[in-house]
Design a protein around this ligand. Structure first.
Ligand code: SME
Length: 154
């Protein structure tokens, strides 16, 4: 097993105990962003929340970021519109990438769904290095996002 997988297995347990019994949605997203960001050493880690046909900035860790992203725009808007995790090894090669920070080089965005399957938020993570994220990150982050969604929406 890769070191990264071991870290994620631990993170999954940390997230579960962090949010156990909590119902405050903003607090849950804020603390999960803080946990992921500081354990993994990413550049930007946070949530964008669906509001009409836009994503609005939610709880995050890292430098200041764009407030609003239209559906279908950028990596976040694409992950939302297509309802799938988007892994971007080099942000300069992603058409329409929205550069909130010029230090960001690679990115992953994971949609967060309610129990009806509707995307109500996305988890967005940026790295200062190229090709930080792959199918392993996608798999574990999808599991973590599902835990968070259940805590917020159930
Ligand atoms: N790069 C994102 C915008 C959000 S920031 O990275 C925090 C995008 O293209 O959707």
């Amino acid at each position: 097993m890769e070191d990264k997988e071991k870290k994620y297995l631990l993170l999954e347990r940390q997230v579960a105990s962090l949010i156990d019994g909590e119902t405050n949605a903003i607090g849950i997203m804020a603390n999960v962003a803080a946990l992921l960001h500081h354990e993994m050493g990413w550049w930007w880690t946070g949530f964008y929340l669906v509001d009409g046909d836009e994503l609005h900035l939610g709880p995050f860790q890292g430098p200041v970021a764009c407030f609003t992203i239209k559906r279908g725009r950028g990596v976040c808007g694409t992950a939302w519109a297509e309802g799938r995790t988007v892994v971007v090894p080099d942000v300069e090669l992603f058409p329409g990438h929205i550069a909130c920070s010029d230090r960001s080089r690679s990115e992953i965005v994971v949609p967060m769904r309610d129990s009806g399957g509707n995307v109500f938020a996305v988890l967005d993570i940026d790295s200062r290095e190229l090709a930080t994220f792959d199918h392993i990150d996608a798999r574990y982050l999808e599991a973590i996002v599902a835990q968070v969604a259940k805590a917020i929406k159930d």
